[in-house]
Design a protein around this ligand. Structure first.
Ligand code: SF4
Length: 261
């Protein structure tokens, strides 16, 4: 296959960085996870704090099998895929390979309150449209064979951080939707995401956040997060807003406060 074909199949990915840290934002703040940051984003938020991720050409494609092998060596079970906008790429193969060993052990899932638990494996059901397996129901059946050897028996849980601007690929235990006003999410993300995280950069963002929340599924957790460069201005406003609108919770970029990646 050509490099372009390997990229399109997801067997190569323009990985910007991989690291082990604690989740700093949203519902799973404080939990240990392996992070895979994929380069490339064309949403163009003016306040973006990872502008260096935008140009995917700066990150030579690497073999997805090698990315998976590193993740599987991590002591934590959680793998967070972020960007940039990771859904610019086909993430089916990455998730299949991260989760392939899960089918030999009890399947991991999240309870209604989001706490990690283990339950019996159940085969995935057809999606409501009858178009096969829902991306949230895990990988089942035949898998392409990777070059990875010595797989561990750990159960990997996959987390996606996305603006929702691109079609979904991959199989996810948790999706955090962080919508952007200049490029609203595709409709399906309101249904399938577990968490809505709206960045508050200016007062008008509160109204935008409510519009987004109105479209979310009723089980989603709602977070407001101050844009980092304006946090001292926006944080008091967000606190007051949440006190008046307690359906929302506060998300801080904890990792920046404590100086971890
Ligand atoms: S979607 Fe995320 S990575 Fe892309 S420009 Fe906006 S904040 Fe930056």
């Amino acid at each position: 296959m050509t490099q372009q074909e390997l990229l399109e199949s997801g067997m190569l990915l323009p990985v910007m960085e991989e690291f082990y840290s604690l989740q700093g934002e949203g519902y799973h703040t404080g939990e240990a996870a392996w992070f895979i940051r994929i380069g490339g984003c064309d949403v163009g938020c003016t306040w973006c704090d990872v502008k260096e991720s935008w140009d995917a050409d700066l990150f030579p494609p690497v073999e997805t099998d090698k990315v998976v092998a590193k993740a599987l060596k991590c002591p934590a079970n959680a793998v967070v895929v972020t960007g940039g906008e990771p859904l610019l790429y086909n993430l089916d193969y990455l998730c299949e390979q991260l989760q392939v060993q899960n089918s030999a052990t009890p399947q991991s899932s999240f309870s209604a309150r989001g706490r990690f638990k283990v339950q019996e494996i159940t085969p995935p059901q057809p999606s409501p449209e009858g178009e096969g397996v829902s991306p949230l129901q895990g990988v089942w059946g035949h898998h392409r064979t990777s070059n990875i050897v010595n797989r561990t028996s750990k159960i990997v849980t996959t987390f996606l951080e996305t603006s929702g601007s691109q079609p979904l690929s991959g199989s996810w235990n948790w999706i955090c939707l962080s919508p952007k006003r200049d490029w609203p999410p595709r409709e399906e993300f309101y249904t399938i995401s577990h968490e809505l995280k709206v960045i508050i950069h200016e007062e008008e963002d509160f109204g935008w956040a409510e519009e987004q929340a109105d479209r979310m599924n009723p089980h989603a957790h709602l977070f407001l997060q101050p844009e980092w460069s304006l946090r001292e201005i926006m944080l008091p406003n967000i606190i007051r807003y949440i006190e008046s609108n307690p359906a929302w919770k506060l998300s801080l970029q904890m990792h920046k406060y404590i100086g971890i990646p």
